[in-house]
Design a protein around this ligand. Structure first.
Ligand SMILES: N[C@@H](CCC(=O)N[C@@H](CS)C(=O)NCC(=O)O)C(=O)O
Length: 255
């Protein structure tokens, strides 16, 4: 039996996130669904992801997470890991993942490829090329080679199909898009990947994707720049009045 669809569109989902690649996967999905949600900023620059209040939601101390007050059994459910969240929302909505068993499993191959290969590998290239405090030629060469190989796998697929898996836009497309937004930090020349570039431009034109990219976007401008990176063990205690700063100027999606 499949997951019961979520019919109670009056109850907003709580989103705990920050405008990063993995966060944006979920921001885009929520905007695609058009369900009401409330976005709570977990300020990664201040180490809020390591606060006890947040690790009670996500024991892995990373964004994104959601709390759906109206879970499949009617009780609230907490879901963390961007892949698990996309799958949860797709199943609750009956959208962006076909119910046809053959198509569903073909789509899950491309979805899992995004979650387990593309995201982590592009993240590593991004790190060594952009954030590493020292230049490590071997790490840069190896991670860039793998990033280019993965772009090639996606480009070959998109020469055959309009979307990441077949004729429909699915969670495999949503999982991929935000990571490819950082191509310049991954050593990628889009000229080598024409079919993927066309797909990228098509996804980027979707109104829900554009709205998703704006979710919590003001955080990056409003946030105070800390003088030094937060120490791993000294996360700030959550404020007693509200555990997460909810941006007053963030407008939740329309139901
Ligand atoms: N596998 C996790 C990865 C999540 C992740 O790495 N999130 C990053 C932001 S994109 C994060 O929270 N970083 C903060 C930290 O590592 O302390 C997912 O897909 O949700």
């Amino acid at each position: 039996m499949g997951m019961p669809h979520r019919n109670d569109s009056r109850v907003p989902i709580k989103l705990y996130s920050w405008p990063t690649t993995n966060g944006r996967r979920v921001h885009i999905m929520l905007e695609e669904l058009g369900w009401p949600y409330r976005a709570h900023a977990v300020n990664l620059e201040l180490g809020e992801q390591r606060s006890p209040a947040y690790t009670a939601i996500n024991p892995n101390a990373k964004i994104p997470s959601i709390v759906d007050p109206s879970g499949p059994s009617g009780a609230p459910i907490t879901v963390f890991e961007s892949g698990a969240i996309l799958l949860y929302l797709a199943e609750r909505a009956g959208r962006f993942l076909s119910a046809d068993p053959q198509v569903r499993h073909e789509t899950l191959c491309w979805f899992m490829f995004q979650i387990s290969s593309v995201g982590p590998a592009l993240g590593v290239a991004h790190h060594y090329r952009y954030y590493a405090p020292e230049t490590l030629p071997y790490a840069i060469a190896r991670s860039t080679k793998e990033a280019r190989r993965l772009y090639g796998v996606m480009d070959t697929q998109l020469q055959r199909t309009p979307w990441m898996c077949g004729n429909e836009y699915t969670i495999a497309d949503i999982a991929a898009f935000p990571w490819l937004q950082r191509s310049e930090r991954q050593g990628i020349d889009w000229g080598e990947f024409g079919a993927l570039r066309d797909w990228y431009l098509r996804v980027g034109q979707r109104p829900a994707v554009q709205r998703g990219l704006g979710v919590l976007g003001d955080c990056l401008n409003l946030m105070p720049v800390p003088s030094s990176p937060p120490a791993p063990t000294s996360a700030p205690a959550p404020s007693p009045s509200h555990e997460y700063r909810t941006l007053s100027n963030h407008k939740p999606a329309r139901p």
